[in-house]
Design a protein around this ligand. Structure first.
Ligand code: EPZ
Length: 431
């Protein structure tokens, strides 16, 4: 078990290069299964979720290896010419939500699949009914038994499919399933996140014919085969957002490199209300803290281009030390609030009433021993530790490693006092 040991109070300044998007890399790796060829994905950070997806691909018969590239991180070589297996066992599937994305691509390539129910952050029930009903609508025979999805696509057909909710994963699953189908499949009410556009661009780079990602209809014209390709994913707007929030909390002047500013418009408009200064250029953003932040007012999470749910937890850390009251409402995941209890241990003043969180910002919060509840909740606790009086130990940081690569190194380079330490959980009467 590992923890972060953080001594609060330092100001952050300098440059940080944002990594490739985790939520692009995971569907792109699933989409690789469709390609009877060799793929090079450039600038790939070793998120533990990426490593978990590599294990799934290898179980299916693919080869994966990190190779020297021309960017900060290595490139990831993936050879899917010998995909022979069609099953994803529970011990691999339970590690990541994105294992369910392989259902569409295995069915697209092999027409049969057996995939165990996915894992992922414990932020809600995370059902897969929208995935299943869309694939059934496209002619797949699907049964779920003993925690596995058994699927057969021998009678697959192309036609219009309407998603009952713009689910990111369901949109990606259907896109991938339709790529090798005959004819035209149109997805109505799809998710419009930038990572969906990235998946479209990756698959088109391998010879697919997909249009409309990012809009309210995605059109896939089936092709016979996909071919080898080299692709560089977009940068991670959630990692960028996390550093921007850190900048508003305790930044002097932070320069974020390798970002796509337009992907963080909602967040930037909220942060400007805290009176920090932000200059957003195409591929970099400069943020200057301005002493104790003012409250940003209220945040209600929504599907893209609304305020991202993946930055909700981090906004609690900012609100907790801002001047005034802030409101935060999570609308996508029914239990994405587990970080509140941990923040309260650090002296944060947070109330939860009828689905609305009211945060009364305080001049000072204090360090504590806290537990990472999930990936973004963990990031929130790290941000709080950066400004807390005294030291904070953030435990279970393997959950943070799922979506932040060398997080402590990046923060240390900016002036934070943070170290990764081994942690032996003391057995106590409470838990
Ligand atoms: C993706 O999860 C991301 N994960 C999540 O990021 C992100 O929070 C989420 O999209 C929303 O943006 C990856 O891309 C790997 P959804 P996903 O399907 O696909 C309900 C992070 O921190 N729903 O858009 O699982 C669901 O319960 C992670 O990086 C159904 O009801 O999200 C939720 O309430 C966390 N039935 C809502 O839709 C379904 O079949 C949004 O889920 C599917 C989803």
């Amino acid at each position: 078990m590992e923890s972060f040991y953080i001594v609060g109070g330092n100001k952050l300044e300098g440059e940080v290069e944002i990594d490739s998007a985790k939520n692009s890399l995971l569907p792109i790796l699933a989409g690789s299964i469709l390609i009877d060829g060799e793929i090079v994905i450039e600038n790939v950070p070793k998120y533990s979720d990426v490593l978990a997806m590599c294990k799934i691909l290898e179980h299916l018969g693919a080869k994966t290896k990190f190779i020297k590239g021309k960017f900060k991180n290595e490139d990831l070589y993936v050879d899917c010419r010998d995909i022979s297996n069609c099953d994803v066992p529970n011990e691999l599937s339970c590690k990541v939500r994105s294992s369910i994305f392989t259902l569409g691509s295995i069915l697209g390539r092999k027409e049969i699949a057996k995939v165990a129910f996915p894992g992922g952050c414990d932020i809600g029930l995370r059902p897969i009914d929208i995935h299943i009903s869309a694939l059934k609508h496209l002619g797949c025979k699907i049964v779920d038994k003993n925690g596995y999805i058994y699927a057969n696509a021998s009678k697959k057909r192309s036609q219009d499919v309407m998603l009952s909710f713009p689910s990111v994963g369901a949109t990606e699953n259907v896109m991938m399933f339709a790529v090798l189908n005959d004819g035209e499949t149109r997805i109505f009410n799809p998710a419009r996140e930038p990572e969906i556009v990235d998946l479209q661009n990756f698959l088109n780079c391998a010879g697919a014919d997909i249009k409309g990602a990012g809009s309210n209809v995605i059109v896939i014209n089936g092709v016979k085969k996909l071919h080898s390709c080299t692709y560089r994913p977009i940068s991670d707007r959630i990692e960028a957002g996390t550093f921007l929030i850190a900048g508003a909390m305790c930044g002097r002047e932070l320069v974020l490199k390798n970002v796509i500013s337009k992907h963080n418009q909602e967040l930037i408009s909220k942060l400007l209300k805290t009176t920090c200064k932000i200059e957003a250029y195409d591929d970099n953003i400069i943020i200057k803290g301005n002493g104790r932040p003012q409250s940003f007012g209220e945040v209600e999470t929504a599907v893209y281009p609304g305020f991202p749910t993946d930055l909700q937890a981090q906004m609690f850390a900012l609100a907790s030390i801002s001047e005034g009251y802030s409101l935060i409402i999570e609308t996508l995941f029914e239990s994405r609030y587990k970080h509140i209890g941990e923040l309260i241990k650090m002296g944060c003043d947070i109330k939860f009433k009828n689905g609305v969180c009211i945060i009364n910002g305080k001049e000072k919060i204090h360090g504590a021993e806290v537990d990472t509840p999930d990936l973004r909740g963990g990031a929130s606790l790290v941000l709080a530790g950066l400004v807390a009086e005294g030291y904070t130990t953030v435990n279970n940081i393997q959950l943070i490693d799922r979506g932040y690569y060398k997080f402590e190194d990046k923060l240390s380079l900016l002036g934070a006092d943070i170290k990764r330490i081994k942690y032996e959980k003391k057995v106590d009467n409470c838990n």
